[in-house]
Design a protein around this ligand. Structure first.
Ligand code: MRU
Length: 349
């Protein structure tokens, strides 16, 4: 596979003819269906409902949603996008890429306020497209950086879906895996199934199989038994928010894997663009963790798997402390301990 010209058949996010087109990820792997959006409040709901998910993909989608909001006001004398910004900011709390992208759109808006409405809309469209294109470029840079850390051919383990579906295209963790695969450094990828949404089973296994990358699905409970056998040398995951000291919020279950990795001497790599860092937060404990409905745990695709009225907890993310992480790969370079110092240095470049 020629990585530099990676061109997936399926695109999670497209903006065409003034319309945002999202692949409905809730329907994968069995149905590839798309939903078209013309207004931003429907997009905010789509983010909450996980039509589109994954930290960078959420940010890109929100940026395009601001364009949609502006387009609906094309015939007014002044754009008023406050409600759109607010609804989008409230769509999901943990992935900081959402707030980063909305800030970029706010800046683009204020920098072009002296122009005509149609020129302001064009400027917003350009900014959203740039966020999207830069994300793909950064994924490819991170792919090369992350793959350079893998020394000998081995098996790797990934969690949730941090692939083309979760980003502008190519992927963070799966970007590294795609690159390392093409460098012949990976024999097999184990995809953790990722309860309760099953992003690993429904999305990662599907995405890797589209590229003919050998993948085995691993139920969460089987991870320990797999990791003690020794063929997996790296666990490679994405991130939703990274605090200034290098603590990482990512999909629930990531922390369990990091603890297992430490116990078994397996290296732990986090791959995330600089838009995932939140330097306003000193520690990971300050990262807001989304709680999702109990029904996502007590049922699977509408089928109840627990007694009626059974109470369940459903934190959607967990926090992995920096001492369990060997490397954080971002497009600006590879970060290692002491993370607080290295993050400050690298991100201020
Ligand atoms: O709830 P999701 O599916 O949006 O969670 C996604 C993850 O946790 C990903 O691992 C993370 O966003 C990194 S995606 C490049």
């Amino acid at each position: 596979m020629a990585i530099d010209s990676y061109n997936p058949r399926v695109h999670a996010i497209r903006f065409e003819n003034d319309t945002l087109i999202l692949l409905d990820q809730r329907q994968l792997p069995h149905t590839e269906s798309y939903i078209e959006y013309k207004n931003s409040n429907a997009v905010a709901q789509a983010i909450t409902d996980m039509v589109v998910r994954g930290a960078p993909a959420i940010g890109i989608t929100a940026a395009y949603a601001i364009v949609l909001a502006a387009q609906t006001q094309a015939h007014t004398s002044q754009l008023n996008l406050e409600t759109a910004f607010e609804e989008l900011a409230n769509s999901r709390p943990t992935a900081v890429n959402l707030f980063w992208a909305l800030d970029k759109m706010k800046t683009a808006l204020s920098e072009h306020q002296h122009l005509s409405i149609s020129e302001q809309i064009d400027a917003l469209k350009q900014q959203a497209t740039l966020i999207h294109e830069n994300d793909i470029r950064d994924n490819q840079i991170m792919g090369k950086l992350g793959a350079s850390l893998i020394e000998n051919p081995c098996d790797v383990y990934t969690h949730c879906n941090a692939g083309a579906l979760a980003t502008g295209g190519f992927g963070t963790a799966l970007g590294v895996i795609r690159q390392a695969m093409s460098d012949n450094k990976i024999q097999r990828v184990y995809a953790g199934e990722t309860r309760p949404w099953l992003q690993g089973a429904r999305l990662t296994a599907w995405e890797l199989m589209q590229d003919n990358i050998p993948v085995s699905l691993c139920s969460e409970g089987a991870a320990g038994q797999l990791l003690r056998q020794g063929s997996v040398k790296w666990i490679i995951v994405g991130a939703d928010r990274i605090s200034a000291n290098g603590d990482v919020a990512n999909k629930i279950g990531t922390y369990n894997l990091a603890v297992l990795a430490k116990h078994h001497g397996i290296k732990f790599m986090v791959v995330a663009p600089s838009s995932t860092f939140d330097l306003n937060l000193e520690h990971g404990n300050d990262i807001p963790i989304e709680d999702r409905p109990q029904s996502e745990v007590t049922s699977i695709q509408g089928l109840a798997i627990a007694p009626d009225n059974c109470h369940a907890i459903n934190p959607s993310f967990d926090m992995t402390p920096n001492e369990l992480i060997d490397a954080i790969v971002c497009e600006k370079g590879i970060l290692t301990a002491p993370f607080n110092i290295h993050i400050q240095q690298l991100l201020s470049k």
